[in-house]
Ligand binder design. Structure first.
Ligand SMILES: O=P(O)(O)OC[C@H](O)CO
Length: 201
């Protein structure tokens, strides 16, 4: 695996610890949603708060990794996985609760799991870090999930549902398009490594 320029950065650093904390928060988030005693219940709000804190650690670990030079191959792989666990669990739970169409959850999960598997398949040619499009996709997915987690319809009426559904539809489109872009990147990475044998050995 290519690690040029990052081999002296310790894997155990604050940015990676925050990524691991985000992963550990996922079961807590699921438990709050399962324990929810109604869409406006205390546990629902605890789930929203846990999701918000976990998303904040995503921004924080990225900022810290860049500003303090803590970018590691572990972080490049673990950070998108942590995002996928959090977002995937939110989508699955919303579908189980009957608040989100299963097809949305399945399309997004297939893309996220597929790209994760592809990252590991091409890792011998190089690490495929999150792209700008991938980061934008996570922001739109996060925003859409917040809209679905919050009891907006009971506060604001049906039009709030339409806004939530439109943002979720945008999230699905960006998720699929960026997934296809990663496939192109992976093909180029493989072709580049094959045209330059020994580069990553
Ligand atoms: O689209 P991916 O798989 O690169 O994931 C992007 C990350 O979630 C951004 O933090």
């Amino acid at each position: 695996m290519s690690n040029s320029g990052t081999e002296r950065v310790p894997t155990l650093n604050i940015a990676n610890v925050l990524t691991v904390i985000r992963i550990v928060m996922v079961p807590l988030f699921i438990w709050f949603l399962v324990a929810d005693d109604g869409r406006d219940g205390l546990f629902r709000w605890l789930a929203v708060a846990t999701f918000a804190v976990a998303i904040y650690t995503d921004k924080l670990d990225g900022d810290l990794a860049r500003s303090r030079g803590l970018i590691t191959d572990f972080g490049k792989i673990a950070d998108p996985i942590a995002d996928k666990l959090l977002i995937g669990s939110a989508l699955v739970m919303l579908s189980i609760l009957g608040e989100l169409w299963w097809w949305v959850t399945i399309v997004i999960l297939v893309r996220e799991i597929g790209i994760t598997v592809m990252r590991f398949v091409v890792i011998r040619y190089g690490v495929m870090a999150a792209s700008r499009g991938g980061k934008l996709k996570t922001v739109i997915q996060t925003f859409a999930i917040f809209l679905f987690l919050l009891p907006l319809t009971s506060w604001l009426g049906d039009w709030a549902w339409w806004i939530s559904a439109t943002v979720m539809a945008a999230a699905v489109v960006v998720t699929v398009v960026t997934g296809l872009d990663y496939v192109v990147q992976a093909v180029k990475l493989r072709a580049g490594a094959r045209g330059n044998p020994g580069r990553n050995t």
